[in-house]
Design a protein around this ligand. Sequence first.
Ligand SMILES: [Zn+2]
Length: 55
Amino acid sequence: MTDSFDYKSDKSDNSELNDVCDECKNEDETVTQNLILTGYKICKSCRTSKTLFPL
Ligand SMILES: [Zn+2]
């Protein structure tokens, strides 16, 4: 019984295409680029730390 993410998919049209990093919540132009390239909505620095420390 976990449909608590319903409200998220409702607004996905708008919230998916901003430049806010899912990890650090900072706005960065590299977030959209990384989303296209890697499928992860993260900024450059978070991408680097994920590559070095994939958890
Ligand atoms: Zn980040």
